[in-house]
Design a binder for this molecule. Structure first.
Ligand SMILES: Cc1cc2nc3c(=O)[nH]c(=O)nc-3n(C[C@H](O)[C@H](O)[C@H](O)COP(=O)(O)OP(=O)(O)OC[C@H]3O[C@@H](n4cnc5c(N)ncnc54)[C@H](O)[C@@H]3O)c2cc1C
Length: 381
């Protein structure tokens, strides 16, 4: 079949590889002038790794296992609030991978023949009819396809075209800063794979190892007005975390603004009624944009890509719509469940005042055994 994938982010690239490898004639459109994924680290959960494995792509993540003795939620001084036994969770569900985003994207797209990718092409709309879909860019048809996969990310224009009555994105009123830097020599592993929360401000700081010699950190805090630039965002976070565990401001300070990314956080205001409309299917953030709090965004996109590939394998142009409905039935319930869980997690960590004080009291009382089980369930997704 002739299949067009719109958007060469992590999800679109994984889908294009799966569909190409199963014998379809794939064209991948990307609006950016070059294929690349910018910025920092990304955790790929065991469910995402399994999906990549079925696409023959897990090799790219070998050697990036995220190992740490303990993880969990801590207060701003680094004292445990909710501790999980990571080793035990890893035994149950497998090990997540923590990898540089740019490296991950490069490895995922490596199997794609160059001729299949069309960069600098922004798809503005799709025109479906009874025999296929015409893909329009800058007012002109650029392709004709039997099936289209819309993987155009959180701000998906194609989602808005398919579901004009949908409420679209909702800002959560928070922003995240992300940074990556060399691991300081001799740094103790105590805070790795931990998230520190401050109940006075609802701000959060997370820290993860990327390989042996780099660290990835992120912050989550209130966004009041338009998002700041990296310089200003860094200054704000330094001021918010000045009296936290000393490693936190030290790591933010040691990261150059050029290596810091600022994202205002948004999610779908309501779940989509379907991930497929006729010959068009949605994938990744286009289908289920969620706050990053569970680190499941890319893993869900990889699960979509694996499911789409499976449902389209051996398919013919005449039965695309039926196969896409099967994809929707498989993926929508679980992706939406994770989207809701991510929104809950975001609310839990961003509480302030008395609610946050109560949260911390309750969290301290939860036995590590239960947290570990919950963590394993989320990683299994
Ligand atoms: C702060 C932060 C931290 C995160 N951390 C994690 C994490 O640790 N683990 C994790 O799994 N997830 C994480 N996520 C989420 C993860 O980044 C996303 O879920 C994932 O990248 C989505 O991939 P995608 O392919 O669906 O969309 P995108 O990566 O957004 O790709 C969409 C692509 O489509 C292109 N495009 C858009 N419109 C058009 C058009 N009209 N025509 C052609 N091309 C178009 C874009 O240029 C882009 O290349 C995080 C997100 C944030 C904001």
């Amino acid at each position: 079949m002739r299949i067009v994938v719109v958007g060469a982010g992590l999800g679109g690239v994984a889908a294009a590889v799966g569909l190409h490898r199963t014998g379809h004639e794939v064209t991948l459109f990307e609006r950016a002038a070059e294929l690349r994924e910018a910025g920092t680290g990304i955790v790929v959960m065991p469910n995402g790794l399994r999906a990549l494995d079925t696409l023959g792509l897990a090799e790219s993540l070998r050697g990036h296992d995220m190992r740490a003795p303990q993880g969990g939620l801590r207060d701003r001084l680094g004292r445990p609030l909710l501790v999980s036994d990571l080793d035990r969770a890893l035994q149950v569900v497998g090990t997540p991978a923590m990898i540089d985003r740019t490296e991950l994207h490069r490895a995922l797209r490596a199997p794609l023949p160059a001729g299949l990718v069309r960069t600098a092409t922004s798809v503005e709309r799709l025109e479906p009819d009874s025999t296929g879909v015409t893909v329009i860019s800058e007012g002109e048809p650029v392709a004709r396809a039997d099936a289209v996969v819309a993987a155009d990310g959180i701000g998906s224009r194609l989602r808005a075209q398919l579901f004009p009555g949908h409420l679209g994105l909702r800002r959560t009123g928070r922003m995240d800063l992300r940074g990556m830097l060399p691991r300081p020599p001799g740094m103790a592993p105590d805070l790795l794979v931990s998230q520190l929360v401050d109940r006075r401000t609802g701000a959060m700081f997370g820290l993860f190892p990327v390989g042996e010699d780099r660290l990835y950190w992120f912050t989550d805090s209130l966004l009041d007005g338009p998002p700041p630039g990296a310089d200003e965002g860094r200054r704000q976070m330094l001021s918010l975390t000045a009296d936290w565990h000393p490693l936190v401001p030290a790591l933010i300070e040691a990261t150059s603004p050029a290596d810091i990314y600022v994202d205002p956080i948004a999610r779908l205001a309501e779940p989509l009624p379907s991930f497929a409309v006729g010959r068009i299917a949605l994938l990744g953030d286009a289908a289920h944009a969620m706050p990053p709090d569970l680190g499941q965004g890319s893993s869900q996109a990889f699960e979509d890509a694996a499911a789409l590939t499976r449902h389209l394998t051996g398919g013919e142009a005449a039965d695309v719509a039926r196969r896409f409905l099967a994809y929707d039935a498989e993926r929508r319930p679980s992706a939406n469940r994770i989207m809701r869980a991510a929104a809950r997690q975001s609310r839990l960590t961003s509480q302030t005042g008395v609610t946050a004080w109560l949260r911390d009291m309750l969290l301290r009382a939860v036995p590590a055994r239960l947290t570990t089980r919950r963590l394993a369930a989320l990683w299994q997704a």
